[in-house]
Design a binder for this molecule. Structure first.
Ligand code: CAA
Length: 378
């Protein structure tokens, strides 16, 4: 294992860092306030090669690995976790097609995303079902050369805006995971509609939707893998895509630490800058300890993916550890800022609202502990 960045990786990291400073940070607070997705950022990310970079080369993409995707992720999330979620959730929609799709399907669905700015989405959770992913109620009925889809999906990042949604459905509600299928549903499919979920606590620049399917006809050529493969494709996807959530969390924690250092150097109490008090120094030191440890963990998990080695255990540890570490960093960041941290004038208040979601989506941190414990006990 050697995490020394090569020249190309350093350039990629710098590109993402500059992008966050120039294109994301100046507008992040405003789009968060407006609860609006900044589409121009998606287009600019596409222009510079930061949108959907994992699309395989044979489908026209850059074919970046997990380690490189995470390097980008830490930098973009430093700018704004909500805006990063737009790009990250697109990779979440792409991953099942890479994992479970044929080369023909990869070219058909992912090729167009290399020609113009566009997003993908992953639709697993439902209004009445999240952690028990196999217990889904969205039904796919066999109709010869197509599936007829009925049901609803909930909390879908990019849902409605994405060019396609990878939708997981059951062919038999009593059949458990063995009755599930993964279907690619284009955004213009007749019978498909969506509703924006408003008033989120944080990550308000990312679009989260409820998706509704009413007799949506999905050709069987849009099915990923075979009958009964849906759940396992979803699990294999999440084993990978939880790592970019961890990387983004490290980006948030770094932002919290740097904003706290900046503020603490300027703020005086008892006649000296507050950086001279151990109470403040220890908070900064704790943040640095968490960031360095978290980065090593997400890098290890990403390295395992790129090496083709088992990674579900490490990915779950990285996701849970980094999101909780970043929550604590954002919380302490507010404490360093005192009253000023509690209002929107400084960025730390938004960091705390944003990072809370990292502990919930792509599998709650309780589910990560289930995955970790099952690995220990098997
Ligand atoms: N990889 C491959 N196969 C796997 C697997 C994995 N990681 N995990 C389980 N499987 C297989 C098992 O081997 C088993 O196969 P067999 O029956 O053939 O032996 C089958 O799948 C069922 O496994 P389990 O009995 O372990 O499944 P379970 O019902 O107990 O569920 C779970 C396990 C870990 C709790 C799972 O349901 C889970 O991860 N839940 C959380 C769902 C989640 O993360 N949702 C997030 C949605 S994405 C999102 O947040 C949207 C967004 O917009 C950001």
């Amino acid at each position: 294992m050697d995490f020394t960045l090569n020249d190309e990786q350093r350039q990629l990291q710098q590109l993402a860092r500059d992008f966050a400073r120039k294109e994301i940070i100046p507008i992040a607070a405003e789009y968060d306030r407006r609860e609006e997705l900044p589409w121009q950022v998606v287009e600019k990310a596409f222009e510079v090669g930061l949108l959907n970079p994992t699309i395989p080369e044979h489908a026209g993409g850059l074919g970046l690995g997990m380690f490189d995707e995470c390097l980008i992720g830490e930098e973009l999330a430093y700018g704004c976790m909500g805006i990063y979620t737009v790009l990250m959730a697109s990779e979440l929609g792409i991953a099942p097609i890479i994992i479970g799709g044929t080369e023909e399907q990869q070219a058909r669905f992912l090729g167009p995303l290399t020609e113009k700015a566009g997003l993908a989405a992953f639709a697993l959770s439902e209004p009445g079902n999240g952690s028990d992913a196999a217990g889904m109620a969205t039904v796919a009925r066999d109709d010869g050369d197509a599936w007829i889809l009925n049901g609803a999906k909930m909390w879908i990042s990019n849902g409605g805006l994405a060019e396609f949604n990878v939708v997981f459905a059951t062919t038999d509600k009593n059949g458990g995971h063995k009755a599930t299928v993964a279907l690619v549903v284009p955004k213009d499919a007749p019978g498909f509609s969506h509703n924006k979920i408003k008033h989120k606590m944080g990550q308000r620049a990312s679009l989260t939707s409820e998706l509704v399917f009413e007799d949506v006809r999905v050709p069987k050529e849009n099915q990923l893998g075979g009958m009964g493969d849906g759940f396992k494709i979803a699990m294999k996807t999440l084993d990978k895509t939880r790592i970019p959530v961890a990387a983004g969390s490290v980006g948030i924690a770094r932002r919290a630490m740097e904003e706290s250092i900046k503020y603490a150097k300027e703020r005086e109490a008892f006649g000296k800058p507050i950086t001279e008090f151990q109470a403040i120094q220890f908070k900064l030191a704790e943040m640095a300890m968490g960031i360095e440890t978290g980065r090593l963990m997400y890098q290890k998990a990403a390295w395992l993916v790129d090496e083709g080695l088992p990674h579900g255990f490490e990915s779950a540890i990285a996701k849970a550890y980094c999101s909780e570490m970043a929550f604590s960093a954002a919380n302490e960041g507010i404490q360093v800022h005192g009253g000023y941290g509690y209002v929107g004038e400084y960025p730390v208040e938004k960091l705390l609202r944003d990072v809370k979601l990292n502990m919930i989506y792509e599998g709650t941190n309780e589910i990560q502990r289930v995955v970790i414990a099952r690995n220990l006990l098997k």
